[in-house]
Design a protein around this ligand. Structure first.
Ligand code: 5GP
Ligand code: ZN
Length: 146
């Protein structure tokens, strides 16, 4: 099974280059811990990426403190998008590892404005699961959280 994590080094990381001012980006917000800039391949008009300035590969690598900073910026950006662009909705999307469609290996959260007619499709189908299966899976996760 491919659980490839991709590039590991901040030296070869495009988002670290953006943070360092060595690669261009259309920035919408920046503070001591985070940056928010336009995605170069927007899923919809107004698609923004929010990142920690400190390199972390993915959700498994990011410090909880850094993640808190990122989430605060995500809330600010989402509210700004809502005010500025008046979308019908907003999705937060976050990918970890290739199997989950991660393509840039510096932790980031997509803030994607949505419109009824934007043509995007759901990423999963709603299919009811056996409650016993839900309980078994939940027990495993609960044990792992500790
Ligand atoms: P992922 O697929 O890892 O969830 O998302 C990576 C995102 O980064 C993609 O939506 C892609 O368009 C965007 N991206 C890749 N390279 C660059 C870049 O150099 N600048 C900007 N602004 N976005 C990028
Ligand atoms: Zn990086």
């Amino acid at each position: 099974m491919d659980r490839t994590v991709g590039q590991l080094s901040p030296d070869s990381c495009i988002f670290c280059a953006i943070v360092a001012g060595q690669a261009p980006a259309v920035v919408v917000y920046e503070d001591a811990h985070t940056m928010a800039f336009m995605d170069i391949n927007p899923a919809t008009r107004g698609h923004v990426l929010v990142i920690p300035k400190k390199h972390a590969r993915d959700i498994f690598d990011v410090d909880e403190e850094e993640a808190l900073h990122v989430m605060r910026t995500v809330v600010r950006v989402a509210k700004a998008i809502d005010k500025a662009l008046q979308p019908d909705g907003v999705n937060l999307i976050q990918a970890n590892r290739r199997a989950a469609f991660q393509s840039v290996y510096h932790f980031h959260i997509h803030v994607i404005p949505r419109w009824w007619d934007d043509g995007l499709v759901p990423i999963w189908r709603h299919q009811r699961e056996d409650p016993q299966v839900l309980r078994e899976v939940a027990a495993k996760i609960r044990e792992a959280i500790g």
